[in-house]
Structure formats: structure tokens, C-alpha cells
Design a protein around this ligand. Structure first.
Ligand code: ZN
Length: 366
């Protein structure tokens, strides 16, 4: 049998099978253009001929929509698309080519182009989320989503061990459970804030890494204990870290629904903000216990962006100006994104905008 005939028979068999199951639509790849190496025109004309013959011989078929998807990852995909369009037009059926753009090449980490890419991309949920999966964009999820956008899920063993190590190595006590908060609306706000920080870094200058900021005592301790599988999802370009946040047990529900709200927080050593720490022992100071003697702490993603380090108590309402260090400056456009307290026995990291942090994991402990 001629190779062209084999290709036609294959398409026909698929359509017969689809009809048998009352299928309404079917999608084919550009059959024959890969391994079989048919020239685009030959492949297109034989596939279309098989489809047309099927339609003529099966007028009552349930299959009403047939799509051909052309993979944009090859060098010759445009010639394949053209061949299909020509073939369909010549058979008088007209083609609606709605080509998806070819896959974008992601610029390398550490380049300025990467910063622009992160600002411009249509973000997806983290690949390890299990309810809101990364097969859809965040916008798609939030468009199709009805009702509660917040799911609390269990974590896999590796994630559990990674977080448990960071928690117990920094003064945390006995863990009861660790859960992940998948709140797609809240996560969107956080990611949009990260994107704004990427843009700022792109149009002005790169954020100085935490360990290189003047008076800094080094990188965040959590990076030392958390598994690389977890830390690889952080963006050092915008000083993004996992940090602990201690909270009252009965505040957990409102936080996972609405996020941390510095407007409801009482003023601390560095003013009214969301306080996070690199050690569980520091954050434990902000917790209480329920009647079972259990306490709750978050491991949060925090985007520190441009960091201002202070060595003394200052009651900020927002971070100071990046030029003159004045909190109420109106002369310069850029403020720092966060304030880090480098005094006392352990550092604290404060953001004054609740969108700069996301409460991703809940640690319940005794
Ligand atoms: Zn200023």
C-alpha cells in the first residue's frame, strides 16, 4: 500500500471510531509531517482528502468539528500551516487558521531580559500545587473559578521533611501537621506584586541581594535548611524568601482567605507591617495556643524587593525613600519595599503591603 494511502486510512479509522462513540469534535496533530517526513503539501492533502471523504460518506456523523493542531516548536511549522490553509481553501471549505504563537524562548536567569520576561508573562500557579494546577494560567483559573478560591491541601513527604527541617533547626518544637494553602485569588495578588518588583528592577536597577545590603548579617537562614526543590521556586532577583510568621490560632482562617492584613496588625518594633522571621523561635513569640495546646505558624513567601536595613527601633508606616531615607519624602519616586531589623538577637523582616507576602504553608505544632 502507498504510504499516502496508509495516512488516509489512519485518519479514516480515527473518524469512524470517533463516530462510533458519538464524539462531537476531534483534534489531529499534523500527521505525517514528523517521523514519516511527508512534505507539508502531501501530508495536508492526504489528511484533508480522508476527512472530506469521511464527511461525504457519513453525512449523519456526530463529528462536527475537526481541528488540526500544528506544533509550533519545529522550524517548518509555518510551511505546514500554509499547506493546510491552501488545501482547505482549494477544497472550498475555507480554513480558519488560528495559529498559537510559537513557544517563547525564556531568557536566561541573571539577564535583564529575564526581568522583563517575568513582568510580561501570564503567570501560572506553582507547578507543585495540586488543586489549582499549572496547566492553566492564574487568570484562566480565576475566570472559571466559582465560589471559594481557597483550598487547604496536604503536602508530600519531601515538602514536609524540608519544612520540618527548617522549623526544628531554628527553634521550632514538635510538629503536628503541615498543610499548603492554595488560594488562587490571593496568590494572584502576590504574583502581581512580584511582577511589579521585576519591572522596577528592569527599569531602574537590580535589587541588592539581602546578604550584600549594607549592615546585613547574611543570607536568610531558611535557605540553608529548606530543600532545593522548594527554594528553586523563589526568585532571588527580587529578594524572594520563605520566612516564618507566627499568628494567633483563631486568625488563621481569615488570613488564608484574605491574606495578612497589616491594617489589622498592632504596631511592632518597626511600625505597622507584616512581621516575618528566619527562625521559628522568633515567630513563636507571636503565637498562642488552642485548648489542645496547639499553636499555628505560617511559612510564607515574602517578596522583600529593595531592602532597607535599620539597626534601631523606628515606627515606620511605610518603607523609607530609596534616595533620602525619609519615610514621608515626596521628592523622589522610589521607596524601599521592605525593612529588615538588624538588631537584637534575631532579625525581623517587615513588609508594609499585604500583597508582598503569601501565606503558603501552615505549620501546626505543640
Ligand atoms: Zn526622598
Amino acid at each position: 500500500m502507498l504510504p499516502e494511502k496508509i495516512l488516509q486510512n489512519f485518519v479514516t479509522k480515527c473518524l469512524v471510531e470517533a463516530n462510533k462513540y458519538s464524539v462531537k469534535s476531534i483534534v489531529f496533530p499534523a500527521l505525517g509531517t514528523g517521523f514519516l517526513k511527508f512534505p507539508p503539501k502531501t501530508a495536508a492533502s492526504n489528511v484533508i482528502k480522508a476527512i472530506r471523504d469521511f464527511q461525504m460518506n457519513n453525512v449523519q456523523s456526530t463529528v462536527k468539528t475537526i481541528k488540526i493542531v500544528i506544533f509550533g516548536g519545529t522550524n517548518d511549522w509555518t510551511s505546514i500551516e500554509q499547506a493546510y490553509v491552501l488545501e482547505l481553501n482549494s477544497t472550498g471549505q475555507g480554513a480558519t487558521a488560528c495559529a498559537a504563537p510559537p513557544p517563547q524562548k525564556i531568557p536566561g536567569r541573571g539577564t535583564r531580559a529575564y526581568l522583563a520576561h517575568k513582568y510580561q508573562e501570564d503567570p501560572r500557579p506553582p507547578s507543585y500545587w495540586t488543586h489549582f494546577k499549572s496547566n492553566q494560567t492564574i487568570k484562566d483559573w480565576n475566570t472559571s473559578q466559582k465560589g471559594n478560591p481557597c483550598k487547604v491541601t496536604s503536602v508530600d513527604t519531601k515538602t514536609y521533611q524540608s519544612i520540618a527541617k527548617a522549623f526544628t533547626s531554628t527553634g521550632g518544637s514538635t510538629i503536628v501537621k503541615i498543610e499548603r494553602v492554595e488560594n488562587i485569588l490571593l496568590y494572584e495578588k502576590y504574583i502581581q506584586e512580584c511582577q511589579r518588583t521585576f519591572r522596577k528592577a528592569f527599569v531602574t536597577q537590580l535589587c541588592t541581594p539581602l546578604q550584600n545590603v549594607k549592615k546585613s548579617s547574611g543570607p536568610a537562614l531558611t535557605l540553608k535548611y529548606l530543600d532545593q526543590e522548594m527554594t528553586k521556586n523563589l526568585h532571588e532577583e527580587i529578594n524572594e524568601f520563605y520566612l516564618f510568621h507566627g499568628t494567633k490560632v483563631n486568625a488563621v482562617d481569615v488570613i488564608i482567605q484574605q491574606g495578612l492584613d497589616s491594617r489589622l496588625a498592632s504596631s511592632g518594633l518597626l511600625g505597622t507591617g507584616v512581621y516575618t522571621a528566619e527562625t521559628a523561635s522568633k515567630s513563636a513569640g507571636y503565637t498562642d495556643q488552642n485548648k489542645n495546646g496547639e499553636s499555628k505558624m505560617f511559612l510564607m513567601r515574602v517578596c522583600l524587593g529593595d531592602i532597607f536595613i535599620t539597626t534601631q527601633m523606628t515606627t515606620f508606616r511605610r518603607p523609607p525613600c530609596m534616595k533620602c531615607y525619609n519615610e514621608t519624602c515626596i521628592k523622589h519616586p522610589e521607596l524601599f519595599d521592605s525593612v529588615v531589623a538588624e538588631f537584637g538577637s534575631r532579625r525581623e523582616f517587615v513588609v508594609y503591603d499585604r500583597c508582598k507576602c503569601y501565606p503558603e504553608y501552615i505549620i501546626t505544632y505543640k
